[in-house]
Design a protein around this ligand. Structure first.
Ligand SMILES: [Zn+2]
Length: 480
């Protein structure tokens, strides 16, 4: 991945210089940012606050490879912002939201969120870059605060609060919680046609300077229009066609003398696409709304780890287990309390799994694995707990060949009865890193065995072990 990145930068350089030079010589449209009574620092403050809100209400994908890929596109575009529109205060960040709906939004001052559904619907990297360049142009032209300037021309007050009020509207939380179909972006910005036209043209110029073909932005509008059911995707209603959109972009591309094919990076695009296809499905707006009713998401504030993949494994970053617990009743007679930032990610006939966001994986053959969380299930038993536990261990070893017992089974409280807990060492098939497993078992009245399997990376075992202990002790089974 590193070599591809540096190769691409070298390849990009001549294109950048060429189009920058031609751009000045020929007739590219000069965009003047609309009047704005706020300072760039106000943009940053409003964007930061809204970004923190978004992080609480949206599930981040937390997949380093995908995130690096999108950041790479974003950084190439940022490097192509014209000098007169550069704001030193702005800080551009790019996050991928694990949401199926085709959408993306950018906040004042730089934070951008791209839905996984947007990446999955694009035909090539240029189309992704097209949406991102359009979003980025709204940011550099400061359309969010300019819109607010128009809305309240005579008021001066608590600036950031005002902007945030207008952008987030106090409705961000409540609307999402109501289970609306509308994306989060509705409540951030709905721009005028004038602003849309500006973002199309500025975006075309940024794309060309970054080495992308501006026509790909027009292509993405086609792709968007072709998807998303009766009303089309949310993105199109948030960014209405200012009229002759495609024609205007082609005109600008011609003025920029962009004749090249433009960056496509097909190999990397395809590899990210198949990577996404191998993950468990992205969340729908309805699922996200339901999770927000249950307290939202705990994505943390830090960026995803950006170091390279280790041993070919994935880098997984999830939030620590919440101190507060939430109770589920996955079946009649079973009550499970898990940290409130864990969700039910899988349920089969004999087992149910709870994991934090970003910790659950399925591959193309529908094999699943989790890196953090618990699986609770029922297995056949003989009435001898030690023998039944050993049988389950042998069974688990078949799908986890590197798994090894560390120390002897000890007596433990499981679901309020006498049970056993065994600690195991494994190597995660997701991350290729050492993994900690705790297996707890107890007999049920009907002769079957209840088990609880806790999984965490070995270097997080301490944090997770106390959560596993609470889960097994608080389990309630009515089998009497
Ligand atoms: Zn727009």
């Amino acid at each position: 991945m590193t070599s591809v990145m540096s190769f691409r930068r070298h390849a990009l350089l001549p294109v950048f210089l060429l189009t920058a030079a031609l751009g000045t010589a020929f007739g590219q449209t000069r965009i003047t940012p609309p009047p704005n009574k706020y300072s760039p620092a106000d943009d940053v403050k409003a964007g930061q606050e809204a970004s923190q809100e978004a992080m609480k209400q949206l599930p981040m994908l937390n997949d380093a490879a995908t995130e690096e890929y999108v950041q790479g596109i974003g950084q190439r575009l940022v490097a192509a912002i014209p000098p007169e529109l550069q704001h030193p205060e702005f800080h551009y960040t790019f996050r991928v939201v694990n949401q199926k709906d085709i959408n993306a939004f950018a906040l004042p001052g730089g934070p951008m969120f791209v839905n996984r559904g947007m990446i999955e619907s694009a035909h090539d990297e240029g189309e992704i870059a097209g949406v991102m360049a359009h979003e980025l142009s709204h940011v550099v032209l400061r359309h969010g605060t300019a819109q607010q300037t128009k809305a309240t021309p005579y008021e001066v007050g608590a600036v950031a609060g005002q902007i945030l009020g207008a952008i987030v509207g106090g409705g961000l939380g409540s609307i999402i919680a109501q289970g609306s179909n509308f994306g989060i972006s509705t409540y951030f910005m709905k721009f005028s046609r004038e602003y849309e036209s500006q973002a199309d043209i500025e975006g075309s110029q940024i794309m060309a300077r970054a080495g992308y073909n501006p026509i790909d932005m027009a292509n993405m509008f086609h792709t968007l229009a072709a998807q998303g059911g009766s009303n089309g995707p949310q993105w199109l209603s948030d960014h209405p066609d200012p009229g002759n959109r495609e024609q205007r972009i082609r005109q600008e591309a011609a003025a920029l003398h962009f004749n090249g094919q433009g960056l496509t990076n097909t190999a990397e695009f395809n590899s990210i696409r198949s990577r996404l296809a191998g993950m468990s499905p992205a969340y729908t707006a309805e699922q996200i709304a339901a999770q927000n009713k249950r307290g939202g998401y705990n994505n943390g504030n830090g960026p995803v780890a950006t170091s390279g993949r280790n041993n070919g494994g994935r880098i997984v970053q999830v939030s620590a287990p919440s101190g507060s617990f939430r109770t589920y009743q996955p079946s009649q007679g079973l009550r499970v309390s898990v940290p409130s930032n864990w969700m039910q990610v899988d349920a089969g006939q004999n087992s149910v799994t709870y994991a934090p966001d970003g910790a659950w994986f399925t591959d193309n053959s529908n094999n699943s694995a989790f890196t953090h969380g618990v699986e609770i299930g029922v297995a056949q038993g003989t009435g001898n707990l030690q023998n039944d536990t050993n049988a389950l261990l042998r069974n688990l070893s078949q799908s986890n060949p590197q798994m090894q017992q560390s120390g002897k089974a000890r007596n433990d409280n499981v679901a309020g009865r006498n049970g056993l807990t065994v600690q195991l060492a494994n190597v995660s098939e997701v991350t290729n890193q050492p993994e900690y497993i705790s297996l707890s078992t107890t007999e049920l009245n009907n002769g079957s065995m209840l088990y609880v399997i806790g999984v965490a990376p070995r270097n997080e075992a301490g944090t997770y072990d106390s959560a596993f202990k609470k889960v097994r002790q608080n389990l309630q089974v009515s089998d009497r």
